[in-house]
Design a protein. Structure first.
Length: 100
């Protein structure tokens, strides 16, 4: 059980997650305490959790990908036609095979 939202998880799963990030995996609210309960409802443990943010891939790696406007797929960028119409403000991309 996490303290800020009362969502319930297996104790081992919640502890493992708290080593990565201290936000509820379900609602994303931050928590500071983890409580584990025995089957009879008695609290078995209460642990203070450090503030942590999960570190992941930056979205920057995906910002420059060109997506074909017709087939909505990425890849084969050497076969993409890039529109530079509207005085260079249109950045639409199309595969050669998609536009015939």
């Amino acid at each position: 059980l996490v303290d800020n939202c009362a969502h319930v998880f297996h104790a081992e799963c919640a502890e493992r997650w708290a080593r990565t990030e201290n936000s509820c995996p379900q609602c994303k609210r931050r928590f500071s305490w983890l409580a584990a309960y025995a089957p009879d409802g008695q609290r078995a443990s209460l642990a203070k959790v450090e503030s942590r943010d999960q570190e992941g891939e930056s979205d920057d790696a995906f910002e420059d990908l060109q997506v074909c406007e017709h087939c909505k797929q990425v890849g084969d960028e050497s076969a993409l036609l890039l529109c530079d119409g509207m005085h260079g403000t249109c950045n639409a991309a199309y595969h050669l095979r998609c536009v015939g």
